[in-house]
Design a protein around this ligand. Sequence first.
Ligand SMILES: *Cc1c(COP(=O)(O)O)cnc(C)c1O
Length: 223
Amino acid sequence: MKVSEKLENINKEIYSACERAGRQPDTVKIVAVTKYVSNERTQEAVDAGLVHLGENRPEGFHEKKEAVSGNIKWHYIGSLQSRKVKNVINDIDYLHSLDRLSLVKEIQKRAEHQVDCFIQINVSGEEQKHGLSPENAAHFVEDLANYDKINVVGLMTMAPLTEDEEVIRSCFKQLAVLRDSIAAKNLQHAPCTELSMGMSNDFTIAIEEGATYIRIGSSLVGE
Ligand SMILES: *Cc1c(COP(=O)(O)O)cnc(C)c1O
């Protein structure tokens, strides 16, 4: 199926989720996760009108960035090893996986401009997952005041892999509460207004719980 057809279907689901939640559809941005797909398929996504693209590997990123043209904002959504920071940090518009001080320090050293970052939170506490615990998030964000290359635009999470909607919903709800509590501090380096949550299988729930960026791969650009 063409990306444009898949996008039409996704947009319908976004609209009805927004309607259920009493939200305006233009408050939800789609990050098309193109990490699995070819440069051609990625170009097709851009031509379908998708602006935000998500990648998760330093390898191949530059090649893709050069091959694909248009009005694009590049989102780095995967865990980022500190030693790879220098390879990508000046070529992305958003980082969704800031989760530790060593990474902050490396960004401070390597970035030529301020980087818009989401703090990745491990809401569900699963051991194999990256991200700060919700308890540690507020302090972590406050400490970032000392690093002028970091602008905290919001929080990001991945819900547990489960069929249980209530477990997923509870995870997203907790992230929204945490986002609100950090935003309420009115920190200059951390407006923290955005919520990056929801993927192919759970983005409608995420929208109902306040997602402003949904990260969709397989059901949007999958071949
Ligand atoms: C791959 C990935 C996605 C997209 O997953 P789909 O299930 O294909 O929609 C979203 N977020 C992150 C962090 C990812 O790694």
